[in-house]
Ligand binder design. Sequence first.
Ligand code: CS2
Ligand code: MG
Length: 403
Amino acid sequence: MKITNARVIVCSPGRNFVTLKIETDEGLTGIGDATLNGRELSVVSYLNDHVIPCLIGRDAHQIEDIWQYLYKGAYWRRGPVTMSAIAAVDTALWDIKAKAANLPLYQLLGGRSRSGVMVYGHANGSDIEHTVDEVLRYKEMGYKAIRAQSGVPGLEKVYGVGRGNMFYEPADGTLPSEHDWSTEKYLLHAPKLFDAVRQAVGPDIHLLHDVHHRLTPIEAGRLGKALEPFHLFWMEDATPAENQEAFRLIRQHTTTPLAVGEIFNTIWDCKDLIQNQLIDYIRATIVHAGGLTHLRRIADFAAMHQVRTGCHGATDLSPVCMGTALHFDTWVPNFGIQEYMRHTEQTDEVFPHSYSFKDGYMHCGETIGHGVDIDEKLAAKYPYQRAYLPVNRLQHDGTLVNW
Ligand code: CS2
Ligand code: MG
């Protein structure tokens, strides 16, 4: 089955998405997500100018060889742009292979390992009271796991708050907006937030929190310890993970489970974290970690160390990524949880899909392939709009820090 054509479709139904469509001489087509928030057009160029010319005429069934060809053959390996481009090709080819086999994708991975995929939703509020109300609203909707983020007194804007009811879109300007940050204010506030939330929601709901890369290792150790009484499911991205060793210091101070990896692109970004038992959940996902072919390797390696998966699933990862991730989640033996930040209605219309939500669990559906399609005519009505993620500066002296 020869690849005869491949096209990149860029649209902005509520937010920007980049989708690769691959066509074959047997009439089967497949699509893959290539969206890199705030840097979308760099992946578009990587695909159009460098990858697509190499795909035409190749055997669409040779997923592994094409993966190796694009990874080793690029010479310049790894990184978010390269690995998002490879991910889009990989996802589209798995979609085609599953359609050729007339099977839903999870069947090709080894079949179903669970009846449904437990997901967590995003409850966020301007203050503690508002966040508690939001958490209770999610519990009402049947969620078994809820992430809580709230505004911090004295800080105008913080990560995860505002900009949408069931979703949170951080990319907000034609130039990066600048937010203020104070670690002191945040560290005093976060334990109070989880004290109130745990009291309101009771002992059975899983609670999660995203620190979003903002603390030093010792500050993360302090926060993890302060949150122990509220037994969180995980504390996420507590400190930037370029220095994987940093997590050893956090481990020395707290038993709060640690999750990391949404910005990881290859297994090398988490090798030391996993083999030294420094994390409990790996958040790498399909679109930014080289597709299904590479994410399976990361998951198998993690399983050897009892590290479970917790795939990234924010609104800026398209329904194509979500659909494929749910097939992965349905199969993967060391599954932990799946993030599920809903998309806008416009997005859902442009990307018809067979996955569904019920009582806190997602179901990938039994449609052949990964079960997500794109309505190109409708997509064309939503042209790309440049948008940047914010940057963060220390409130007291303007120092540039992690957003
Ligand atoms: C976040 C994301 O969902 C999460 O865990 O860390 O919202 C992240 O900020 C965005 O995906 C960045 O584009
Ligand atoms: Mg996160």
